[in-house]
Write a protein that binds this ligand. Structure first.
Ligand SMILES: Cc1cc2nc3c(=O)[nH]c(=O)nc-3n(C[C@H](O)[C@H](O)[C@H](O)COP(=O)(O)OP(=O)(O)OC[C@H]3O[C@@H](n4cnc5c(N)ncnc54)[C@H](O)[C@@H]3O)c2cc1C
Length: 474
């Protein structure tokens, strides 16, 4: 068994953990950053490729929830967490969302005004800006349709650096930004190492047990521990460590559903990577946007029962994939099962979620026909493709069950923050209730779904909480 000692152990190197590690190390603290996944460069595999899924996705991307309608979800598993595989879209959250969180969860000293300096730091340090290399064809379709209908739309900013970084620029993921910052300030990084349990004595955690490359036992001793393993793995680790109070009881997510649409002309060029246009008209409840549309993605979202599928696929450059993302009011639970490595996630979409997804699909269909689409491939298995706008109302009628492919890449709220003891796992600054030296600094502490791409919000809250941690002498 190998033993490591440190002042602060940070578990997980995604946006929450990497930010925490960098700020603590820069303030002179002795930090050990432990990450289950491998330490790879941001361009070790093409974005959205099978190689990337093998290298950087947990379980190759094959995870599902249990409930009336199963939801497939993706987690990053590498140094940098999901910031290495995501679309890098950046938002500040809506002010009303933050106000509602402060009110409903009794969060002290919270709101857009308080967080504004944190957002400004992130925007400056991670080069948040608009892409400089033109618009993907599917983005142009989205704009054409939205303009015809008079709906507001916009290009979403990204964590992406263009200056001197070539025409396509460079993703500003954690492995490019906060992890190197942490290391150059003296933090140590232990990759390929999964923390399996925290050992607690009374109100303190004294050590962590981990496995390096799944076999070699590692023991880590520390004064303070920050858990930042993401909205699914953080509750799993805490539950395994026999820490239960309000942990994993109210997982939230943004459900997404997609439509593939065929146009008479080019609608797709995977060389552009992720299209960055979204319809603003129905936010934060509903977001309409374009997905990455490589051939395998089209095949996935077009469904298997389209009669002339092969011929359609041969014309894949005329097909784009578009999505509806819903703020999400369903509820889920993360549970740890004895002897199993994987969590059990039960999630029920609410009736409101089903209605919103249906409405969103109808709006999206309207937009795509307005943009000149000839055929929309129904997201409900067994239904015929739609060829006319008067067929759109059927999209509203979404059946529960596995005939619809609902997915999610945004999960949160499995250890919510605030002073409401009846449902919050951590206090207003991320300190775990009942413990003196355990904090949670990741997507788990967002009280509910933010309704916008969440990485910016997670990082801003984590920066605020780390500042409080430093001010309090850890
Ligand atoms: C495909 C995809 C696209 C997305 N697109 C966007 C987008 O465009 N914009 C946006 O804002 N958000 C996007 N997101 C969401 C965003 O990436 C996440 O919300 C964010 O990364 C969450 O940060 P986190 O720190 O909570 O956890 P994560 O990023 O999940 O990082 C947690 C890390 O902890 C590690 N870990 C877990 N358990 C352990 C353990 N026991 N021991 C050691 N290490 C452990 C994991 O391997 C992982 O690297 C996307 C997500 C995905 C998956």
């Amino acid at each position: 068994m190998t033993t490591h000692d440190c002042q602060v152990l940070v578990i997980g190197s995604g946006p929450g953990g990497a930010t925490t590690a960098a700020l603590l190390a820069e303030a002179g603290h002795d930090v050990l950053l432990v990450e289950e996944g491998a330490d790879l460069s941001v361009d070790s595999a093409p974005n959205y490729s099978l190689a990337e899924m093998d290298q950087k996705y947990r379980n190759g991307g094959l995870n599902t929830t249990f409930g009336k309608t199963p939801i497939t979800y993706i987690e990053g598993r590498c140094v940098g967490g999901a910031s290495e595989i995501n679309a890098a879209l950046y938002h500040r959250p809506h002010e009303e969302t933050l106000d509602r969180w402060a009110r409903d969860f009794q969060i002290d000293d919270f709101g857009l005004d308080r967080l504004r300096p944190r957002f400004e730091e992130i925007e400056r340090e991670l080069h948040v800006g608009r892409r400089a290399d033109g618009l993907a064809p599917s983005s142009r379709k989205l704009i054409a349709g939205a303009d015809k209908l008079g709906w507001r739309h916009g290009q979403i900013q990204r964590f992406w650096r263009y200056d001197g970084q070539g025409p396509r620029g460079r993703r500003q993921s954690m492995s490019e930004t906060m992890v190197p910052r942490a290391r150059s300030a003296g933090a140590r990084l232990l990759a390929d190492t999964r923390v399996v349990r925290l050992i607690t004595r009374g109100s303190r955690s004294v050590a962590a047990h981990a496995l390096h490359k799944g076999r070699d036992r590692v023991r880590i001793r520390f004064d303070h521990v920050v858990v930042a393993a993401g909205a699914v793995q953080t509750p799993l680790l805490l539950l395994r460590s026999r820490i239960h109070h309000n942990i994993g009881n109210d997982l939230r997510l943004h459900p997404m559903i997609r439509i593939a649409a065929q146009f008479p002309d080019r609608a797709n060029d995977p060389a552009f990577g992720v299209p960055v246009q979204q319809v603003e008209e129905f936010k934060p409840g509903l977001t309409l946007g374009c997905s990455h549309s490589s051939l395998p993605h089209i095949a996935l979202w077009m469904g298997r029962d389209v009669p002339d599928r092969r011929q359609i696929m041969a014309e894949w450059e005329r097909i784009g994939v578009f999505y509806v993302a819903v703020q999400g009011e369903g509820h889920g639970k993360v549970r740890s099962l004895a002897l199993l490595d994987q969590p059990l996630i039960q999630y029920q979409l609410s009736d409101q979620d089903m209605r919103r997804m249906g409405q969103g699909l109808e709006h999206l269909g309207e937009l795509l026909f307005a943009a000149g689409a000839q055929r929309l491939f129904s997201p409900v298995q067994g239904r015929k493709p739609l060829t006319r706008p008067d067929e759109l109302p059927i999209l509203r009628d979404l059946p529960h069950g596995s005939r619809i492919a609902v997915s999610s890449i945004h999960l949160f709220s499995s250890a919510p923050m605030g002073e409401d003891h009846s449902r919050c796992a951590v206090d207003s600054y991320g300190r775990l209730r009942g413990y003196d030296n355990i904090r949670v600094h990741d997507a788990s502490i967002l009280p509910t779904s933010p309704g916008v791409n969440p990485q910016g919000t997670i990082m801003a809250i984590v920066r605020r909480n780390t500042a409080q941690m430093l001010a309090a002498g850890l």
